[in-house]
Ligand binder design. Structure first.
Ligand SMILES: NC(=O)c1ccc[n+]([C@@H]2O[C@H](COP(=O)([O-])OP(=O)(O)OC[C@H]3O[C@@H](n4cnc5c(N)ncnc54)[C@H](O)[C@@H]3O)[C@@H](O)[C@H]2O)c1
Length: 284
């Protein structure tokens, strides 16, 4: 039985932990405080209840939670076979986390990087095991999304790729192969949409509702880019577009000032109760 460590219990970490547990894996979910972990378990319970509404299967919350134990810091993951990392899209934080994981985990342990844009080879270079480091870009909400991007780094071994493919198949995920490159496929595309959508609102050309309505009613997308930004986390969108901008030095990725202001103001989207839309009442 593969025991999987999930580090970072925010938007993605709770989804990854739930998906693993509901497909029969033992999970150790790790974050920086008991308060965050208590909130994460409550979110998983709630998400299990609404699993079918969110496009996933019917799941029993008690069975899912029975497979998840929790811990503080990387030390809690000393004995796991695989770690799936979901800490913020901030290089300083990710770097520290990989140094800590590398120091405590068994040399055979595979490190799966869940990042929006940071190249996998850059993460692997921090560790003493670059052959065991691989990127998996999960989609949100994780239990409801059938596909992921699979991104081997420069040194990732065929064995690590196969172990990761097997784990993803066991989680019910189809892997789309992508070469290591900042932003992969999905975020090279989606973040340009979301950034430009925010710019339309920033310039007063349209409201958030108007921009999203064009995507839903005219383009036939199920969600507009600003609803999507709220689902992802406005702060995470900003950090990811900043990574793209720094990496490619291309002005097409210049972050919209509105994303910066909203991040500083704590308007982080669904997870904070307010972003481009208000989630505190019944408006959305
Ligand atoms: N939100 C999305 O839709 C989405 C989709 C795909 C990939 N991603 C990527 O996944 C990663 C996580 O994103 P998220 O949206 O879940 O972020 P988030 O801000 O919701 O959650 C991050 C979690 O990491 C925890 N954390 C911070 N430092 C830590 C440490 N040193 N040790 C352990 N835990 C720590 C935080 O307390 C928080 O709970 C990012 O790299 C992001 O770019 C996000």
């Amino acid at each position: 039985m593969t025991v999987v460590g999930v580090i970072g219990a925010g938007v993605m970490g709770v989804g990854v932990a739930q998906n693993l547990a509901q497909t029969g894996h033992e999970v150790i979910l790790v974050d920086t405080s008991e308060a965050i972990l208590t909130q994460a378990l409550a979110t998983i319970r709630n998400n299990c209840r609404f699993s079918r509404m969110m496009g996933g299967p019917a799941v029993d919350a008690d069975e899912v939670l029975a497979k998840i134990s929790t811990g503080i810091g990387a030390d809690a993951l000393a004995k796991v076979d695989v770690v799936i990392e979901n800490v913020p899209e901030d290089w300083t934080i990710k770097r520290e986390v990989y140094l800590a994981l590398d120091a405590v985990c068994h040399p055979d342990t595979v490190f799966v990087v869940n990042t929006s844009a940071i190249p996998i080879t850059k993460v692997a270079a921090v560790t003493s095991r670059p052959a065991n480091v691989i990127g998996v870009h999960f989609m949100n909400p994780v239990p409801a999304k059938p596909a992921v991007e699979l991104i081997p780094g420069f040194h990732t071994s065929p064995e690590t790729i196969q172990r990761t493919r097997d784990l993803l198949a066991a989680m019910g995920k189809h892997a789309i192969d992508v070469k290591d490159s900042c932003g992969f496929i999905s975020n090279r595309l989606s973040h340009v949409f979301m950034n430009e959508a925010a710019t339309l609102v920033y310039e007063g050309v349209a409201t958030a509702e108007g921009v999203d309505e064009v995507f839903r009613s005219c383009f036939g997308h199920p969600m507009g880019p600003l609803e999507t930004a709220d689902l992802i986390g406005v702060d995470t969108v900003l950090y990811s577009i900043e990574v793209l901008h720094e990496h490619y030095a291309d002005p097409k990725y210049r972050p919209c000032p509105l994303l910066k202001q909203m991040t500083e103001a704590g308007l982080h989207g669904r997870k904070s109760g307010r972003g481009f839309y208000d989630y505190t009442g019944s408006s959305k």
